[in-house]
Design a protein around this ligand. Structure first.
Ligand SMILES: [Zn+2]
Length: 566
């Protein structure tokens, strides 16, 4: 019997509340009564996105419980904090997007370094995230089961051994036979009690992952899918149930990581809809930190949490499992978001591990690819148009002219992931742009494609930039100009479309370049899927690298392609 169990088990408190009901369960024991409950501690992360090195800029800061902005994140710090928080009752879990959209140090090796790290941190299981599908289900299976990459071969670390944890999804099915594409649940025995983990990923995954990544898969409604598995687990006697879901809500900027107030969205909908048998909902995807309580369908409080992103927060959840009912004592659940500060000593083993990969990737990362004359930012300066977005669109057009016959290019703003900064901290000198920096801007390894749209379709596509749900202004190449009147109703805002200065007619055929995410209808740009004569070209990162090599030094493009009336 564990001393910890005796120390923190609320056996006496419970029996004092229900003196008669619970006394009878008490075993007449030799020295002391068996505790009726056993403690369990969950330590959870989400949306790590391969951040082996401490993330920089706003990605590496977070508001702590006192309202102060502090530096946070980085694998070696995460390891130290986890070590301090771990006990013999603990299990490390995650809520998806651990890999994908990663920095070069991880992405250059298909995220094997990150998965190796997560194994070192003792991750037991994780919900699958949308980004785990970035390279398709076959690649995800390789990541779990091992083997070298079919195209790029083995990493410098040798043959990939696979992960010791499995990704879970109760709502991802194979299209051909409705079988689960991944394990729907995982049961872990902790301290003699069984805790079941059910995985979920946002059902919107097909609209936010490239079409090739989710080929052959079906993403079903989350609540129904999880409840089906919950009932199955209950029948098997697994009553302590935790849902790990890669879906979440938004909170106000700079609120405490332990606060709740959120904008109820898909996360709250699922958190409230899950069967009452589910005791906890650990979420992800929106990169927010919150500790919320919602009601389950039986009217009991149920925690709904998320731990920011990039390893900046660990969510610690402590609870008791009743040994008689095998269920979580709901009133015993305590959840806390713990900021992964950098004021602790970084874990030496993980520091060395990260340094090894840093050295391996440095040859690639530090290679200069061009130069800039000033900062080129992704911040919108003209109704949604940004200098860096313009530059990327120009690079994409140049990469798709030959072969793809592209006349214009359009880039989704969400795919421009960082600024290019003039001042350098490294040795390469001011204005120099390295491959590593360019990769940070374009980390998705999307393919450039081109399709034919009519003038009318291009108009309809541009109208899709403004909807009641969102504004997403596509970054245009210099060859496309138009006027957007934001005072007009959705669907009638775009006019004066010109390609190379010539007004576009409705029936004119235009070759439009974009990455495969957009061409597949991503971000709600469904008109792209009406395109014909699909052509596929180079990777988006290669388009940017080639363009910078050919045109440096590059001045920030003037953001005047879009004329905005507001
Ligand atoms: Zn996500």
């Amino acid at each position: 019997m564990s001393l910890i169990g005796l120390a923190v088990g609320p056996a006496s408190a419970t029996s004092s509340h229900h003196p008669s009901g619970h006394q009878s369960h008490q075993q007449p024991s030799h020295h002391h009564p068996e505790p009726k409950t056993v403690p369990v501690r969950l330590l959870s992360i989400n949306d790590f996105h391969g951040n082996l090195e401490a993330p920089t800029g706003s990605s590496g800061r977070i508001t702590d419980e006192t309202g102060t902005q502090v530096d946070a994140g980085g694998a070696a710090y995460l390891a130290t904090h986890l070590k301090q928080m771990r006990n013999k009752n603990s299990v490390v879990v995650a809520a998806g997007d651990l890999i994908g959209a990663s920095p070069l140090i991880s992405a250059a090796y298909h995220d094997e370094p990150t998965v190796a790290l997560l194994d070192k941190l003792g991750l037991a299981t994780s919900a699958v995230g949308n980004h785990e599908f970035d390279e398709g289900i076959d690649e995800l299976n390789r990541i779990m089961k091992g083997g070298c990459h079919p195209v790029d071969g083995c990493s410098p670390a040798g043959t990939w051994k696979g992960s010791s944890f499995d990704y879970l999804a109760a709502n991802v099915l194979k299209e051909k036979n409705d079988d689960y594409a991944l394990a729907p649940y995982y049961v872990k025995k902790i301290n003699g009690v069984k805790v079941g983990f059910i995985g979920l990923v946002t059902q919107t995954t097909p609209t936010i992952v490239t079409a090739a990544g989710i080929k052959g898969l079906k993403f079903t409604e989350e609540v129904a899918a999880a409840n089906k598995v919950s009932r199955l687990l209950a029948r098997q006697g697994v009553k302590a149930q935790v849902v790990l879901m890669h879906e979440g809500d938004q909170v106000a900027p700079n609120q405490s990581p332990d606060a709740c107030p959120n904008t109820p969205g898909a996360g709250t909908r699922i958190a409230q809809g899950l069967d009452a048998q589910v005791d906890l909902v650990i979420s992800g995807h929106s990169h927010q930190a919150y500790i919320c309580k919602t009601k389950d369908p039986a009217g009991r409080d149920r925690y709904f949490t998320q731990g920011s992103s990039f390893g900046r927060v660990i969510t610690q959840i402590d609870f008791q499992v009743d040994k008689k009912t095998d269920d979580i004592v709901r009133s015993s659940v305590v959840a806390d978001n713990h900021v992964v500060t950098r004021t602790v000593t970084p874990d030496p083993e993980i520091t060395a591990f990260v340094q090894t990969w840093k050295d391996r990737v440095s040859v690639v990362a530090n290679k200069p690819i061009g130069s800039i004359t000033a900062d080129i930012g992704r911040g919108s300066t003209n109704g949604g148009e940004s200098a860096l977005g313009d530059l990327i669109a120009d690079a994409q057009l140049e990469a798709t002219k030959e072969g793809g016959n592209a006349e214009i290019a359009l880039m989704n703003p969400g795919g421009v992931r960082a600024d290019l900064t003039f001042a350098q901290s490294g040795s390469e000198g001011n204005g120099v742009v390295t491959y590593g920096e360019a990769f940070t801007v374009q980390p998705f390894n999307n393919l450039m494609q081109a399709v034919t749209l009519t003038g009318a379709q291009l108009d309809a596509l541009l109208e899709q930039q403004w909807t009641a749900a969102a504004t997403r202004v596509l970054q245009p190449s210099a060859t496309l100009t138009y006027t957007a009147d934001l005072t007009q109703a959705f669907g009638s805002r775009v006019s004066g479309i010109k390609v190379n200065g010539v007004p576009v007619t409705d029936t004119q055929q235009i070759r439009v370049a974009a990455n495969n995410f957009l061409v597949g209808g991503g971000d709600g740009f469904s008109v792209f899927t009406q395109g014909t004569d699909l052509w596929s070209g180079p990777l988006d990162i290669d388009a940017l690298v080639t363009y910078m090599g050919a045109h440096s030094p590059i001045a920030p493009p003037v953001t005047n392609r879009l004329t905005v009336i507001q």
